[in-house]
Write a protein that binds this ligand. Sequence first.
Ligand SMILES: NC(=O)c1ccc[n+]([C@@H]2O[C@H](COP(=O)([O-])OP(=O)(O)OC[C@H]3O[C@@H](n4cnc5c(N)ncnc54)[C@H](OP(=O)(O)O)[C@@H]3O)[C@@H](O)[C@H]2O)c1
Length: 393
Amino acid sequence: MSFNFLNQNIKPIDPKKVAQLVLPDGTHMQQAAMGTFHSDNPDLIDNMEDIIVESIRLGYRHLDCATAYQNEAVVGRATDKAIKLGLVKRDELFMLSKLWNKHMNPADVIPACEASLKQLQLDYLDMYVVHWPWPNDHPPGCDGDAINPDAVPYIHEMFMEVWEKMTKLKKSGKVKNIGTSNQTQKTMELLLRDTNDFNHPVYNQMELHPLFQQKKLVKYFIDNKVVPSGYMSLGSPRRPGRDRFAEHQADMQHPVIQRLAKETGMTPPAICLAWAHQRENNKVGYVSMAERSEWIKFNLEAATKNVLTTEQMIAIEGDGTHENPGINTNNRLIWGQVFFWPEARVLGHDRDVLWNDRQIFESKADFARFRKAVGEFYKVWKETAVDLPVNYL
Ligand SMILES: NC(=O)c1ccc[n+]([C@@H]2O[C@H](COP(=O)([O-])OP(=O)(O)OC[C@H]3O[C@@H](n4cnc5c(N)ncnc54)[C@H](OP(=O)(O)O)[C@@H]3O)[C@@H](O)[C@H]2O)c1
């Protein structure tokens, strides 16, 4: 059984009152985006079309979609309906979609984008983003620790072959802007090194919430004209099981978030989103997802005004002193272990290997040498060790 929590009596927000982020070409996009990932939640799957129409009615103009969410056709029906109902015009919407890992090879990029356009019932996308930095795919519902033998780490040469097609999409006008998601500083440095004013990535979507602030990386993107935008802004309480670990903390339950909520008369989610809105002088986007009208509106409204004082922002972010350390605990929710490649743990249990840049390669030939050497290393280890503790390969 699924439930519908939409309420047409709730008054919309004037979209003009919502903070805008400006891309290098002058395009404006709402700072707050409506997420469309359903986290495999049946209520959301059944009601997604109505939820998207409702989010547009309530004032959202920026929709965050992806092939991986397996619902672009639903979003397409919803936006078409919203346009026909007169709630919005196409050119008022900022439609973002993402290239899925499975299509991260030169032959598939343009057809994958065209398929997204068709499903979304659009002539162009406002932003097309490479979802993850590698082509590693995993079957739906697979075990969180499953390793695909074809998976590889970040290989810059492979990424640039994909980026060349992203550039073509921009040249063709099917896509107005191109960006990335889940890049590290090193992978972005390589991309910026090899792009120009025309095909420079202008956006990077990344995990950001009060307990996982990624301040240095966010600053790096801003300094390099890449607009950062945060996902899981509320700490993603309904994230899938593969992204849940015993040591995880809940942002909304953190004592400082709770204290600030009491002090301001606001709620813990309001504090999380106020921080998302105000951080770095309102220069960072945020994506959130909700299925009830009250929360959809509430999440958008957070981008209409600054409500936290400097002291309250410091309580969350710190000011670099011991007295005010802030609450960032590097509470990363997505480790992405389903994307690991066979050699990912060659240096031991390196859970951070997707994010710490220890295994990124310039060329396919470099990685082939590394893969061969690791294979030989394990062969000798297996042949010589008295008791090999873990069967890695
Ligand atoms: N680029 C990437 O790799 C990537 C990865 C993950 C996510 N994303 C994007 O980011 C979006 C948001 O991520 P997310 O949904 O995991 O995280 P989230 O927005 O942090 O969390 C959404 C959850 O919080 C609850 N919630 C929403 N508004 C609330 C409010 N005002 N008060 C209390 N609870 C509230 C919702 O509950 P109800 O369901 O009950 O409404 C929902 O379960 C996704 O939909 C997707 O578009 C991108």
